[in-house]
Design a protein around this ligand. Structure first.
Ligand code: PAF
Length: 311
């Protein structure tokens, strides 16, 4: 495993891999790595020849009163996790490497960045979109991996890739949870033992709504109310909203398309986010449709056994 601090050294090394025809996977992070990041890395290692991890606490995605200065850092432990997880290259730039003096161009995402975290963290997704665009330009990966916990971030990045015709496949990896359901996050390290216990109520609420949805509940207000009823232990519920899973537009009354229930809440002084996907099960087939399917399968089997002349 090699570690790079400059864009020049990293890109020179990557050029060699690209010339050799190797497929590059990329996991952008802000460090303080945990099992959620390990799942992203594992996905990259499984799908790609070379895995690059960036560790950069990006100042432009933090608001003036947010936790940039106290964001947890543990570079040595991050190196150990990367080494054991099969990472090939780590990129750990200084802020001045990414934002040199005179830097002035930002990427401004559209409506997908407006609700939810976009509404309560002005400028956050502009910072994310800018740094991710720059990291994509530097690493030029074939595939990049992001966690579902940051659902809106994934939606913003997918839109960014479409809108700017970036040649990178975006893979969203399911949220990794503690045994009691709490979504893994670097910010969980801020929680006191008592707050850690109370933080469980977020996933409990999301899963209550998910269970009701699976049982046939489609009324969006009732689903949100059900989740809220379990989230009484938080200090402040910043938002709890049901949104279209692709566009993040609000859902009127009934959930008829894949939806996502998103929450942001303060537990003690720690802000946590989480979400759950509500995807309708495939429509049941009628007896007639089932008969047509089994006939088609039988016909395919005949063609496979006897060759196309059986048609
Ligand atoms: O999800 C994160 O850790 C950050 O937002 C990212 C994608 C590394 C950009 O700074």
């Amino acid at each position: 495993m090699q570690t790079f601090r400059t864009i020049k050294a990293l890109t020179q090394c990557l050029k060699g891999y690209r010339t050799a025809g190797l497929r590059v996977g990329f996991v952008p992070t802000m460090g303080f790595l945990h099992a959620g990041h390990r799942a992203l890395i594992a996905e990259s290692v499984a799908r790609c020849d070379i895995t690059v991890v960036s560790i950069f606490v990006n100042p432009t995605q933090f608001g003036p009163n947010e936790d940039l200065d106290r964001y947890p850092r543990a570079l040595e432990a991050d190196h150990d996790l990367c080494r054991t997880a099969g990472v090939n290259l780590i990129f750990v730039p200084d802020a001045s490497e990414i934002y040199p003096p005179g830097f002035q161009t930002y990427v401004e995402p559209g409506p997908v960045a407006e609700p939810l975290c976009g509404a309560v963290r002005p400028g956050h997704f502009r910072g994310v979109a800018t740094v991710v665009s720059k990291l994509f330009a530097i690493v030029q990966p074939e595939v990049a991996f992001f966690g579902q916990k940051d659902f809106q971030q994934c939606a913003v990045i997918r839109q960014l890739v479409r809108d700017l015709n970036l040649n990178v496949e975006i893979v969203t990896v399911p949220t990794v949870r503690e045994a009691d359901g709490l979504a893994l996050s670097s910010r969980n390290s801020y929680l006191s033992a008592a707050d850690r216990a109370r933080a469980r109520c977020l996933s409990r609420g999301l899963f209550a709504a998910h269970a009701a949805f699976q049982a046939g509940e489609r009324d969006s207000q009732r689903l949100v109310d059900l989740a809220r009823a379990a989230m009484t232990e938080v200090n402040r519920l910043q938002y709890l909203e049901l949104r279209n899973a692709e566009t993040l537009e609000a859902i009127p009354e009934l959930v008829e398309r894949p939806a996502v229930l998103c929450v942001a809440a303060y537990v003690g002084t720690t802000r946590l986010i989480d979400n759950v996907l509500l995807t309708p099960p495939p429509t049941a087939l009628s007896d007639h449709e089932l008969e047509l399917v089994s006939r088609a399968i039988g016909r395919q089997a005949t063609v496979a056994a006897e060759g196309p002349q059986a048609l």
